[in-house]
Design a protein around this ligand. Structure first.
Ligand code: WT7
Length: 651
């Protein structure tokens, strides 16, 4: 609690730059308008889109199910492309795409993107994919990723993008749950200076997934691939299609995408988003929170399309607003640790949206790297994915933003679809490290266990919002149970929060068994399941421990099966084997930073693993209350182990 109270006594304030405030897209009266008539206000924002049929009712709310813009019809792809081309913006660059290998570049105009999406939509139709289907997309950050998403939207099929860092097993789980009939992938992508294969994971997955009829393969790296009779080259099927496609309009509530995210059980949840409300809130927040001037800004969201940030703020939001974006394929250190800064300099990026973990990594790498580049084009900086510590906030402002750019710290979730809590750059006087307060049209409440409003406690959302999830794919009970059962009538976000004395809101991290590692959401249970699926592991307990760079780091406590305990219990080789096993089961992002082999796990008398205590051990804190522990000596054994294993494992 000491860190938390330190946060809420932060008294520094940073006002919006006067020039930005004077020309801001959104001014303070937005809050008044929205609070006077929330629904009417969202209707105004929805009118920023092109509807083929107007809605009859703005909201139908049968808790916990919302329908927004009921009866309205639109096409998300048309809203991102055709209407801009029709308005004469066809020559505007939609994406400055930057591949990882030096000099690998492609500028794609809105007209070119529309042509490519039309070809892909025609190909989908030829492959029998249309409304009511799901398409799994497993691609690196190449233009075809956005093309594939928009083509699905265009024909009314829901996409399910799976992050390229997930394993074959994770792919199998997601394809199976969504019953996807097409997978779009590539031979590989470039990461850290070398081609990294994707197709083998798909090959393995398709063997286990009878729902998949075809695999459409983009040639990106040219590396060897094995070929099956379900495989089709993108260049054979998409390139020969007509470059025009008459899009149909779909109901506002037609599914747009599923995106799997970790919950508190081992099974990922397929978060369902639909079309009209999602696009309304994504487009409005992208325009308002970044103060986007589409004619002059160059915008860069560094998130991968495998995460919700990549969906909402690298694809749908910027394209709906006719923005010019940068899309970069690789890692921040490819071709030099100043790669990002040279990209910003080259394209004169004016709005940068990234994650605290990246900012802290750059802090570690030193001020000289950004200092060697002209970053004066920047005017607004964004942060997302985890709480940003005030020190990183100030560094971001001073070293990257040259002291002139407002920082918008945006809180939201896969489930919320779009930003919910954030400053407005032309309005809000910001405190470093705080997301400040709810955006216009959003209602939050911080409550205690009994659901009563308090200054500190659990973050809840007490009114439906346009881009809210419409459910968990195929699991209505879990939807009600996870989000709507803990506090009567409210959405429970899973985060702790606190209002300070100036009515400023501080987000305090997850209060459930979900970890946040480098802004990636990973469930402790998922990693535990992966560990116990190893034949030598008896039991596993996983906690997220504070980490100076990644926010949280995964620390696993493992007991091994009797017969193997003696040979393996001390081996670093065994820890490596377990780490690789987790990478195989989930993906490299879920590899524990540390694995401790212990004789026992600390449990309460009822047999529940005491995670809080393990977190204390992992963070070398003074131990809390251990009186409920069935065998208190266990803790000493663990602490001893922890003392021996001070060296961090290889990344
Ligand atoms: C969880 C959602 C939002 C897109 C990326 C992550 C944490 C997110 C912030 C922020 C403090 C944040 C929360 C949330 N989180 N943004 N600005 N300040 N915490 O989406 O994977 O669905 O994770 O990320 O804990 O619940 P996600």
């Amino acid at each position: 609690m000491t860190e938390l109270s330190a946060l809420s006594t932060e008294n520094r304030r940073f006002d919006p730059p006067p020039e930005l405030a004077a020309n801001a897209n959104v001014t303070a009266d937005a809050y008044d308008h929205a609070s006077k008539d929330r629904l009417a206000w969202w209707e105004v924002q929805a009118s920023r889109l092109q509807w083929d049929r107007g809605w009859d009712r703005v909201l139908e709310w049968q808790r916990p199910y919302a329908k927004w813009f009921v009866g309205g019809e639109l096409n998300a792809s048309v809203n991102c492309l055709d209407r801009h081309v029709d308005a004469g913006l066809g020559d505007r660059v939609a994406f400055h795409w930057v591949g990882e290998p030096a000099g690998d570049r492609r500028d794609i105009s809105y007209a070119e993107l529309l042509a490519e999406v039309s070809r892909c939509a025609n190909a989908l139709t030829e492959l029998g994919v249309g409304r009511g289907d799901r398409v799994c997309i497993y691609l690196p950050m190449i233009p075809e990723a956005a093309v594939a998403m928009l083509a699905c939207a265009r024909v009314g099929a829901a996409h399910s993008v799976v992050f390229g860092g997930f394993s074959a097993q994770a792919l199998i789980d997601r394809i199976t749950d969504a019953d996807a009939k097409l997978v779009i992938t590539s031979d590989g992508g470039y990461r850290r200076g070398a081609p990294s294969a994707l197709k083998p994971a798909v090959d393995e997955a398709v063997l286990q997934c009878p729902s998949v009829e075809h695999v459409l393969v983009v040639r990106r790296t040219g590396q060897d691939v094995t070929w099956t009779d379900k495989d089709l080259w993108w260049s054979d099927v998409v390139d020969r299609q007509p470059a025009t496609h008459q899009a149909q309009s779909f109901d506002a509530e037609n599914p747009l995408f599923l995106l799997y995210t970790s919950g508190t059980t081992g099974k990922p949840k397929g978060i369902l988003h639909t079309t009209g409300g999602y696009l309304t809130q994504v487009a409005w927040t992208h325009w308002a929170v970044f103060d986007l001037k589409p004619e002059t800004d160059v915008y860069w969201c560094t998130a991968d399309i495998g995460w919700v940030t990549g969906h909402s703020y690298a694809v749908y939001g910027p394209l709906a607003n006719a923005a010019t974006s940068v899309m970069y394929e690789g890692t921040p250190d490819a071709g030099g640790k100043d790669r990002w800064w040279s990209i910003i300099e080259e394209f004169k990026v004016s709005i940068l949206y990234t994650a605290p973990t990246a900012i802290r990594t750059f802090m570690k790498w030193g001020d000289d790297l950004p200092g060697a580049h002209d970053l004066s084009s920047l005017r607004v900086l964004g942060s997302v994915g985890e709480p940003i510590n005030p020190e990183a906030w100030i560094w971001y402002r001073d070293v990257i933003g040259g002291g002139r750019c407002p920082i918008v710290d945006t809180w939201w979730q896969t489930e919320t679809g779009a930003m919910m809590i954030s400053p407005l750059p032309g309005v809000t006087s910001c405190k470093p490290g705080s997301a400040m307060g709810p955006l216009p049209g959003i209602a939050v409440d911080v409550v205690n266990d009994a659901g009563e409003s308090r200054k500190a406690g659990f973050l809840t959302l007490n009114e439906p919002w346009p881009s809210m999830l419409r459910g968990i794919w195929g699991d209505e009970d879990r939807y009600r149970e996870t989000y709507w059962s803990r506090f009567e009538g409210r959405y429970f976000a899973g985060d702790g929060a606190k209002w300070d004395d100036d009515e400023v809101l501080w987000l305090l991290g997850r209060v459930d068994d979900v970890m946040n590692v480098s802004g990636h959401r990973i469930s402790t249970t998922e990693v535990e399941s992966a560990l116990v699926s190893h034949p030598s592991v008896a039991e596993a307990a996983v906690v997220g421990a504070n980490d100076a760079t990644t926010g949280q780091a995964i620390v696993a406590f493992v007991t091994v099966k009797g017969s193997v305990a003696d040979d393996v219990s001390s081996g670093e080789a065994f820890a490596k084997e377990l780490r690789d096993h987790v990478a195989k089961e989930i993906g490299p992002i879920a590899k524990p930073r540390q694995i401790l082999i212990t004789p026992e796990l600390p449990k309460t008398r009822s047999g529940k693993i005491m995670r809080r205590l393990l977190r204390d051990v992992a963070e070398h804190r003074e131990l809390g209350d251990v009186t409920t522990l069935a065998d208190p000596t266990v803790v000493n054994a663990i602490n001893e182990k922890m003392g021996q294993q001070t060296a961090a494992p290889p990344a």
